[in-house]
Design a protein around this ligand. Structure first.
Ligand code: PBG
Length: 324
């Protein structure tokens, strides 16, 4: 079927025709909305590098979650900024830690909203690394116990799902075993399976106050150059009991989203990270790009690549566009 018999433009003639043959359709059901929870009451601290995103105290985080729920977004992903940080990230698994409080408050006020928690030590440690530091290096096996403790404390507070983002080897297994032993056999794990050591996390580290105080995360997060290794990482997490596997970042890693989608039959999530958001916000502020258009294009591209779920700071804005 070649020109002039076949003309692809025939089916592009009107919006109605285009709608009929559109292959990828976004829905608010696809989105997970990240929230940064900080101590205090009525606190709203804007993140300079992420316009429209703020650290929120529990009371305001509940309101933000309510708004997301009202827009049809099924889930939020919680990050905590603790009152104080220490070497072992104690506040991360404290009964009354800021995330634990937020889980209880959101589940009480909006029971229908799925509450997912980020399980990682970097927001809670004084050195800003994702695990316990021994002799200047992040000690893998010593970290597993703390991550398990953190996941368990989130579960105990009522979280619907936990999402380990630390990239220690064996953490999904450790968390699964701990949850199962303590009566949380039904709690799903969304594993940050292929998480790369990316420059695009910069603005998040301002939001979560989690910049490493020495060195970088390259000894535990993946090399951005590696795609085959991403499949191995995902395979390990699947074997260890992950229910959802995540690729992160999203936009510069569409090939990896596609590869993971093709290799596994579990739901695939993609984290469109802070730098992806800030990049669009900054260019639009300059008038160089049209925000709504590129936002929807990028989200569509991530879904087209194979993501079932997209973690995005644009969740509310995109849900609004889809709802009109
Ligand atoms: C914590 C974590 C990070 C992100 C999610 N969980 C940052 C990091 O690894 O430094 C990044 C999210 C974003 O950039 O939006 N380990």
């Amino acid at each position: 079927m070649y020109f002039p018999v076949y003309r692809p433009r025939r089916l592009r003639k009107s919006e109605t025709l285009r709608r009929m043959v559109r292959e990828t359709k976004l829905s608010p059901d696809d989105f997970i909305y990240p929230l940064f929870v900080c101590p205090g009451r009525k606190v709203r601290r804007e993140i300079g590098s992420m316009p429209g995103v703020a650290q929120l105290s529990v009371d305001l985080a509940v309101e933000e979650a309510r708004e997301a729920h009202r827009l049809g977004i099924p889930a939020v992903l919680l990050f905590g900024i603790p009152r104080k940080k220490d070497l072992r990230g104690t506040e991360g698994y404290a009964r009354n830690g800021v995330v634990q409080q937020a889980i209880r408050a959101i589940k009480k006020e909006i029971p229908g909203l799925v509450v997912i928690t980020d399980v990682c030590l970097c927001e809670y440690t004084s050195h800003g690394h994702c695990g316990v530091v021994v002799k200047g290096d992040v000690d893998n096996d010593a970290t597993l116990a703390l991550l398990s403790k953190m996941a368990l404390s989130h579960a105990g507070a009522g979280a619907d799902m936990v999402a380990p983002s630390d990239m220690m080897d064996g953490r999904v297994k450790a968390i699964r075993e701990t949850l199962d032993k303590r009566g949380f056999q039904h709690l799903p794990i969304m594993a940050y399976a292929a998480k790369h050591a990316s420059g695009f996390y910069g603005p998040f580290r301002e939001a979560a106050e989690s910049t490493p105080q020495f060195g970088d995360r390259k000894s535990y997060q993946m090399d951005p150059a590696n795609a085959r290794e991403a499949i191995r990482e995902a395979a390990l997490d699947v074997q260890e009991g992950a229910d959802i596997i995540m690729v992160k970042p999203a936009l510069p890693y569409l090939d990896i989203i596609r590869a993971v989608r093709e290799q596994f039959d579990l739901p695939v999530a993609a984290y469109s990270v802070s730098g992806e958001y800030s990049m669009i916000k900054a260019a639009c502020r300059e008038g160089w790009l049209e925000e709504e258009r590129v936002m929807m294009e990028v989200l569509t591209a991530i879904k087209r690549a194979g993501a079932d779920l997209i973690i995005t700071y644009f969740a509310k804005d995109a849900a609004r566009v889809l709802g009109r």
